[in-house]
Design a protein around this ligand. Structure first.
Ligand SMILES: [Zn+2]
Length: 233
């Protein structure tokens, strides 16, 4: 009778371990999903940051070009003014104004050149980043849909296990089942019954005294590990 119960408990333990494994997969999915969605979001954030930088540079370049144009206009005006000056002092003053503006133009041209180089660099890298981002997004989305698919399968398996478990439980004597359940619920790994491994309990690896080993062999009563209290067989 007890031998029968032990055999059924072993099968029940297998089912419970499977159920636990399936439940873990289901429980872990939301976090996995969030992580994957986050990585997709990070990629598009990075891309829009680069695009934004590109826009900023383009805008600044345009502003500088307008500024440059307006200085050039100023120089034209000053040069016309030069024709009408009456004194030498006035002539020198206008000339120095022109020089100042010419210097500014030089500075401005340097800045515009630097902005153009920056823009070129971004343009070169952008296509590559866009391709890589799209590829990564596709990969993550495929992975995610696979995970969802897997979870659907796991849910089905879990549903199948429930009646199987019930059937086995029905064949185990009530007291034995209650002892098993009490231990299982109290264990982090949900293992309530375990095999002897040589002279040790395979649940906690502790030595099992000879008098207990003999009781296991006799098969007349449930024997518990003195250390972890799991049922031994
Ligand atoms: Zn033990």
């Amino acid at each position: 009778m007890l031998k029968d119960d032990i055999e059924k408990l072993i099968r029940l333990q297998e089912i419970d371990s499977e159920i636990r494994y399936y439940k873990t997969i289901i429980e872990e999915l939301p976090a996995k999903k969030t992580q994957m969605e986050q990585s997709i979001e990070d990629v598009s954030k990075n891309l829009s940051y680069i695009k934004n930088e590109q826009k900023k540079i383009q805008l600044e370049k345009k502003e500088r070009e307008l500024e440059l144009h307006s200085i050039e206009e100023d120089i034209k005006k000053l040069q016309k003014q030069l024709d009408g000056v009456k004194t030498n002092k006035e002539y020198t003053a206008v000339l120095s104004e022109i020089d100042n503006r010419k210097k500014k133009i030089g500075d401005m041209e340097d800045i515009i050149l630097m902005l153009m180089e920056k823009e070129d660099k971004i343009n070169e890298g952008l296509a590559d980043i866009e391709n890589k981002s799209a590829e990564m997004k596709r990969e993550v989305e495929a992975k995610l849909s696979k995970e969802v698919e897997k979870m659907e399968e796991v849910k089905k398996l879990l549903e199948e296990k429930t009646p199987e478990r019930k059937k086995i439980v029905a064949g185990i004597s009530h007291t034995v089942y209650e002892i098993y359940e009490k231990i299982r619920i109290g264990k982090k790994d949900s293992i309530a019954i375990c095999k002897m491994e040589g002279q040790s309990c395979s649940g906690c690896s502790m030595f099992v005294p000879v008098h207990l080993t003999e009781k296991i062999k006799a098969g007349k009563e449930l024997v518990h590990c003195e250390n972890c209290s799991r049922i031994l067989y």
